[in-house]
Design a protein around this ligand. Structure first.
Ligand SMILES: Cc1cc2nc3c(=O)[nH]c(=O)nc-3n(C[C@H](O)[C@H](O)[C@H](O)COP(=O)(O)O)c2cc1C
Length: 228
């Protein structure tokens, strides 16, 4: 069951953590992390992802979460969709996270590293600056045909959450369409990275928080609707 969190605030405060305190995972930590994993709702429940904690510490993190995952567009989207939900839950529990594509665990497109956030160092400041992680494309650039003038505030909040999603190298390779006051379409690349699923997760948890329920539907390769 998903926790009642303020996902909208979490999305607005989350950034990749690349500096960690030295912290060895306890059994209680592992239980908390796997509870966050279990709380993620699937988009396609027929896709099986067996998330595991690997005893690896890139960037001096405490561990790394990954699952074996196929390379179809649906599987990559699913990976990002579930992964971003527990990224947000872990943030609420005081963990820092960073999606990590540089080192692949066998059969996995990328990992999520995590640990207790530490003081910011020069290396992470450099990587952060290189990926321009605090920059996002403006909504005006991302929304095909613009946001209709009399759209409900909820539409804009859902799109804003989608806009803030993390992506590999901060590519933000997606665009949005508003089709009604209760439905948006999100399209994006599904070639190598789980970015589109991450973006859909942000939109879904925001719509669910504000409207009580939200549905994500696959329309075509790389095209999904989010309705509430
Ligand atoms: C699929 C994916 C892979 C990523 N791989 C790396 C990585 O290998 N190393 C890294 O430092 N950051 C990585 N990032 C983090 C992005 O650079 C970061 O999310 C983006 O620049 C936006 O910054 P923010 O997360 O601080 O908002 C990755 C992000 C995603 C979604």
């Amino acid at each position: 069951m998903q926790k009642k969190l303020n996902y909208i605030d979490l999305i607005r405060t989350r950034h990749s953590t690349r500096d960690y305190e030295q912290h060895t995972l306890t059994d209680a930590d592992k239980t908390q992390i796997m509870a966050a994993v279990a709380g993620a709702v699937p988009l396609d429940s027929t896709i099986h992802l067996d998330w595991q904690i690997a005893d690896r510490s890139p960037m001096r993190s405490s561990g790394l979460l990954y699952a074996e995952c196929g390379t179809s567009d649906e599987e990559l989207v699913e990976y990002g969709y579930r992964g971003e939900q527990f990224v947000l839950t872990l943030l609420a529990d005081g963990w820092g996270t960073c999606w990590y594509g540089m080192a692949h665990m066998p059969g996995s497109p990328c990992s999520i590293i995590f640990g207790r956030p530490g003081a910011r160092g020069a290396r992470s400041a450099f990587v952060g600056a290189l990926s321009r992680g605090y920059m996002r494309k403006p909504l005006e650039q991302l929304v095909t045909d613009g946001i209709p003038e009399h759209s409900s505030p909820l539409v804009r909040t859902v799109l804003e959450s989608a806009r803030l999603a993390p992506s590999a190298m901060n590519r933000q390779a997606w665009n949005f369409e508003v089709t009604s006051d209760a439905r948006v379409i999100i399209k994006g690349d599904t070639d190598r990275f789980p970015d589109l699923g991450i973006c859909l997760a942000n939109a879904m948890v925001t719509a669910r928080q504000l409207a009580g329920a939200a549905t994500v539907t696959r329309l075509d390769t790389g095209a999904y609707s989010v309705s509430w």
